[in-house]
Ligand binder design. Structure first.
Ligand SMILES: [Zn+2]
Length: 329
């Protein structure tokens, strides 16, 4: 597939399609009841690889004035990610539209021996664990260390250290210094760069099976849920987050299948999931209404949510985790 777009990092023109999620609503635009009578705007969500600099990215950039107009992203779940780094900018890199402008600005502000740290979701974990639901319109770039290495070189920076973290389905914590810094690059950097070359970070072949595995996951999940509904089981979902929007819309799960979604954020309660228009309620509704099954949309907080919902589970409620493959717990 030919795509009329240039790479967000290196300006390359050879972008290759990995997966098209079709036209999707904006994942964080939770609807009010008044908005239910109006159509929603849909935007293409195409996931592509730049073979020149290895950056995986989406092609569409929704203008920020549209993207953030109805933005209810102030989640309560980011506490676990606070770090005491020299300069921490968690998850910013993956969301910034002017990638080179942003990194140029960072490089300009960095002291001679300063260190800047970022955390980004790691594309290798996304592919390996079929985390297609982490793809949405605000999440523009899906980094490998190789892509970060090339990006930083362009702006006079150098990788100092990298660490793989289990959070959010797998992330990288990376540190950069000025290229001329006296601090020695840690062994973790060349080690992971070599690993990435070995699995084919910049080669379309590595990503080729991803679309097929996503299709398999969708088919299995739909079959499981349809089967449960046919048996008269009631199903809810947990977590009105961007990844929930992507999953529900990609699998076309409407209110016929999922009665309601629960979320701890009071600003989301009373609204509706974009696209599929399922109502969002408070988490205590799981106990109050006792659906037989709850689809765990925010699986990245799975342990925490299952612990919080001990009473629901003791009464027989079951959770379905959708990725890497649908499992019941
Ligand atoms: Zn590129």
């Amino acid at each position: 597939m030919e795509l009329n777009m240039r790479c967000r990092s290196c300006d390359g023109q050879r972008l290759g399609l990995i997966l098209s999620l079709g036209r999707m609503p904006l994942a964080n635009s939770y609807l009010t009841s008044e908005q239910l009578s109006r159509p929603e705007r849909l935007y293409p969500l195409d996931f592509v690889l730049c073979p020149d600099c290895t950056l995986v990215q989406i092609t569409e950039t929704v203008p920020p004035e549209i993207l953030f107009r109805e933005h209810l992203h102030f989640s309560s779940d980011s506490d676990a990610r606070r770090t005491h780094a020299p300069t921490a900018a968690d998850n910013v890199l993956a969301h910034v539209a002017d990638l080179n402008g942003f990194v140029r600005g960072v490089a300009l502000r960095l002291m001679d021996e300063g260190v800047v740290q970022f955390e980004v979701p790691y594309v290798k974990d996304l592919i390996d664990h079929v985390e297609f639901d982490t793809i949405h319109h605000e999440h523009l770039c899906y980094f490998s260390l190789t892509a970060l290495d090339r990006l930083s070189h362009r702006h006079g920076l150098r990788l100092l250290d990298v660490e793989r973290l289990p959070i959010h389905g797998g992330s990288l914590r990376v540190q950069f210094v000025r290229a001329a810094s006296h601090q020695r690059t840690r062994e973790s950097v060349p080690t992971l760069l070599r690993e990435e070359t070995a699995w084919g970070v910049g080669r379309q072949e590595f990503y080729d099976s991803f679309a097929r595995r996503v299709e398999q996951l969708r088919a299995r999940l739909c079959l499981l849920l349809t089967d449960l509904r046919r048996k008269g089981k009631r199903i809810a979902a947990y977590g009105a987050a961007a990844k929930g929007s992507t999953l529900l819309n990609f699998c076309s799960l409407s209110r016929n299948t999922i009665e309601f979604v629960v979320d701890r954020n009071p600003h989301k309660q009373g609204r509706y999931m974009p696209g599929v228009r399922i109502p969002i309620l408070a988490p205590d509704q799981l106990l109050a209404q006792m659906p037989d099954y709850t689809l765990l949309l925010t699986w990245n907080f799975g342990d925490e949510i299952l612990a919080q919902q001990a009473a629901y589970r003791q009464r027989g409620g079951k959770f379905i985790t959708p990725v890497p493959e649908p499992t019941i717990a």
